[in-house]
Design a protein around this ligand. Structure first.
Ligand code: ADP
Length: 470
């Protein structure tokens, strides 16, 4: 499915997160910086005002009121009358001297602050905004002598200058940060997600016929590389399954075709030969034989798919497994005698297994059947049942027959697979496949050890206290 809305993409959301977190943290840093610097500037201004207060205290005590009055005018002129002002007040609030107040006419003496100073508080600070000029002034009220209160104010020009520059720098920097973090976030998330896109692109290219496509693996072993690797392994598996299904279909078609062709051939011959009932009888016999083979094949296929459907395909019960093996072996004794093959079986202990008796008997008989089938007398077949550690019962069927080539060891458990020389012997290639399906369904395992020309051992392991109780 195509993604149409960019706002829905992970890349977009990651970018948003990245830009958001980056911008907010930058804003916090700016804010802290602002608070720190503005506090320092304010402290400087307050310190300047306090220095003035100390100066006036000294002047009043040395030169009296007249000296203080003179000092106020001198100081204001020296610093600039728009920078600083001084007002000397009586405790009643009445002004008895001041520097030039033309610029500061909107600033009144705050009666409340005067009262606070009189009631003992040494210094009272106020910050006023002179609305008409959008300018701020820091004011200090303090007592310079018993009868004199000083109100002095300092224009907060440095402060205003800082705030103004800060605003300019802040807006420029924030614009840059938002842009930068947006672009970086976008590039980073695109890069991070490019691996996912490769997987998506490959998945899109895959159709029924092009299962061989793979995502390039970088080998960095990061999450995306692991995703690519997992995806590729999944494709490997699907590809091999598809190949298997195709091969199985070919095999089914081939194995069904031959008996049908033979039946048809036989019937045709019987028709063209104007012979006797005997010919027809022969044809009927071979038709029955071929049909039986076909039926057996179809029945085994049905049995395998039933068993493959899991426990639903089995009817579990707890039964005497060793007894069942013994019975099956006994059924093969006449065959051994007829063919002159030495046959022995050895069962060490009685074992109860929870499983499908019929299915397990059929699986075990298939192993025995193969042992007798792929051997040329004289030879020997032996069965050994032993109880192993870990609640496992092991049944080994060994023969001294033709053996199995290394390359066929895995394949013989596939449906319809018959190793080359076996094609001459009767069989469907389904026997071992049934064994494997049944054993898997019981939580067991089957494997083969074999040496070409010297024989094979099929080892079937089953848990004898099967936990799959239904
Ligand atoms: P079938 O016996 O009908 O051919 P199976 O599925 O039982 O099918 O066996 C698959 C193939 O495995 C056989 O065709 C044969 O080549 C090989 N095989 C099985 N059992 C033995 C054995 N005991 N010795 C040698 N080859 C064997």
């Amino acid at each position: 499915m195509m993604i149409h809305r960019p706002s829905k993409t992970v890349a977009f959301r990651l970018t948003l997160w990245y830009a958001g977190v980056f911008s907010i943290s930058s804003m916090v840093v700016f804010l802290l910086f602002y608070l720190l610097v503005s506090k320092t500037i304010l402290n400087r201004i307050d310190q300047d005002l306090e220095d003035k207060l100390s100066l006036f205290s000294a002047v009043v005590s040395r030169k009296g009121m007249a000296g203080a009055k003179h000092q106020a005018i001198m100081e204001a002129q020296a610093a600039g009358e728009k920078m600083v002002f001084f007002r000397l007040l009586y405790p009643t609030g009445e002004v008895f001297a001041s520097s030039s107040m033309g610029y500061w006419r909107n600033v009144d003496a705050d009666q409340e602050a005067i009262q606070q100073v009189l009631s003992g508080r040494e210094k009272i600070y106020k910050t006023l905004r002179i609305n008409s000029r959008k300018e701020r002034v820091r004011i200090l009220y303090g007592r310079v002598s018993e009868n004199v209160i000083l109100q002095t104010g300092l224009a907060m020009k440095t402060y205003a200058g800082f705030v103004q520059s800060f605003k300019a720098v802040f807006s420029a920097a924030m614009a840059f940060i938002v842009l930068f973090s947006g672009v970086t976030g976008w590039l980073m998330s695109r890069k991070a997600l490019s691996g996912v896109e490769k997987v998506t692109a490959t998945a899109r290219r895959i159709t029924g016929t092009s299962l061989s496509e793979r995502v390039p693996e970088t080998g960095t072993r990061d999450e995306l590389d692991l995703l690519a690797a997992t995806f590729n392994r999944m494709l490997d598996r699907i590809e091999s399954l598809v190949i298997n299904i195709r091969r199985m279909n070919d095999n089914i078609a081939h194995d069904l075709k031959s008996p049908v062709a033979r039946i048809r051939g036989g019937a045709e011959i019987a028709l063209v030969q104007e012979d006797t009932v005997d010919e027809y009888r022969k044809m009927a016999e071979s038709t029955i034989e071929e049909s039986d083979r076909l039926l057996e094949m179809i029945n085994t296929m049905l049995l395998i798919s039933k068993a493959e459907s899991g426990e639903a395909g089995f009817s579990f019960e707890t039964f005497d497994f060793s007894g069942m093996v013994e019975e099956a072996c006994e059924l093969f004794e006449p065959l051994a005698e007829d063919t002159g093959i030495e046959f022995s079986f050895h069962i060490t202990a009685p074992v109860m297994v929870h499983g499908d008796r019929g299915m397990l008997q059929r699986a075990f008989s298939n192993l025995l059947d193969n042992a007798f089938k792929y051997i040329s007398p004289p030879g020997s077949v032996s069965v050994e049942l032993t109880v192993k550690e870990g609640n496992l019962v092991e049944t080994a069927v060994a023969d001294t027959g033709r053996g199995i080539e290394e390359k066929d060891k895995e394949k013989i458990f596939e449906r319809f697979y018959r190793a080359d020389p076996s094609r001459s012997a009767t069989g469907t290639g389904l026997g071992l496949s049934l064994v494997k399906t049944v054993v898997d369904g019981h939580g067991g395992s089957i494997h083969v050890e074999s040496f070409k020309g010297r024989g094979s051992i099929f080892v079937l392991r089953l848990p004898y206290r099967n936990v799959r109780v239904i």
